[in-house]
Write a protein of this length. Sequence first.
Lengths: 248, 305
Amino acid sequence: MLSQETVIKTHNLTKTFGDFIAVNAITFEVKAGEIFGFLGANGAGKTTAMRILCGLLSPTSGEASVAGYDVYKENESIKKHIGYMSQKFSLFENLTVKENIEFFGGIYGLSRKEIKEKGNDLIHRLGMEKEAEKLVGSLPLGWKQKISFSTAILHQPKIVFLDEPTGGVDPITRRQFWDMIYEATDSGITVFVTTHYMDEAEYCNRVSIMVDGTISALDTPNNLKHQFETDSMEGVFLKLARQAKRGE
Amino acid sequence: MAEVIIQNITKTYEKGTVKALDNVSFSVKSGELFGLIGADGAGKSTLFRILTTLLIADSGTATVAGFDVVKEFNEIRKIVGYMPGKFSLYQDLSIEENLNFFATVFGTTVEENYELIREIYVQIEPFKKRLAGQLSGGMKQKLALCCALIHEPKVLFLDEPTTGVDPVSRKEFWEMLERLKERGITIIVSTPYMDEAKLCDRIALIQNSKILDIDTLEGILSKNKQNLFAVSSDKMYQLLKDLRAYPDTISCFAFGQKHHLQLKTNENSLNNLMPYLEQKGHSNIAIKAVSPDIEDTFIKLMQDA
């Protein structure tokens, strides 16, 4: 449900590494309950921006707050009030499904009682009663993705960051994953997502596209297509990313 | 002539409990750009390792350029180029050193085959003194391709070269492959991106250790006789749920701006749809018959399997 509450707010947010400007004065807001697509070519600065917003990296200049907390002074509080999932790392392969849920529940500060209740509920909802005691490493990727997303929102964070959550999964699992994203936003969680699948950009309420460290475009998918006179988000992306000057 | 022949290959892991490849057979013609398309865990990398002689199948046979993958593995290693899914070059050697190393191992020099890699190499040459471990994803990918090409292989195996790569760089990568193909190199490339199917001469769709279909893209699509419609309204998520609840729906999935709805073929399945959606409170409803694309077809084959 879209509301007027702002969950992410940045103003001229900048990060430099030596003389390289990875993120160059980006300004944007994300509203509560929104699915916000964060797109850009490899090397455009997405990962750096996302690491700042997750409280993992301090910016060079500019302002930003996430879930009401300041990225400079309150980055530890940010970490407690967000969820994070990436395709590269999200679960421990040599722990069982249940152990992973317990571990991440603990990390996110849930009590033993809450972990037990929410964990059982989660396993039931995913229909994984039989797999609960199995090592995560032995499960198909699609299942891992589902468990991983569910554990990332186990503590009902205000916002969840998803870094290429659907890379390499089959077309059915990819769509089931988006069903889960919609369900999460229905329950009030804001979703901040990166993807290289342009059809998925269509599922976002709003999409930003980064080129060379700046946000080159930010609007609803329909408005972007209109603005760039093309009929698909792929068209929008190609038009913008081709303007990139810097290499990776 | 067939450059790669795979016959009834089966491979299991974990003492036979995990099936990676289940009785897989197909062949790839000389000079073909062949795509192996499927999700992570489908069995693509296992097949590549068997064909590049790094892994032995439980049963079945395979030949590459006429050589048997088990008995004549030494011959195969001389004539294939292999780019694994995981970056496998020496991280503590520079770009230049990696390339020289691979050239030397294959008894050649960078100069001798420079023409083959020139177009790709010039893009990373300004950084040739940089350690491979410090390169960006796109540059690593280009270096790995150069190293796989430096001995002028007859057959090139590329395992998910475009995974995690943005749409612009993916396009560029496929343009490079197209030009390598023109030089007569047989290329087998695996990918989880279904839209890359249209760039291959022929494709094999693979899921859960089994081949779902092998043909040209047109051939695969023409076999799919789904009764398919693209549907949209002002409330797309609600629409997805309502379409799935419609009595004549076989399946419904989100496809970017539209939902793709497969309907039963009875007479009223389409006629009743508009009134049903209006009654559910949708506005700006658009319903249009569409031909299935590769993702529709892959989903259908997965469900039939």
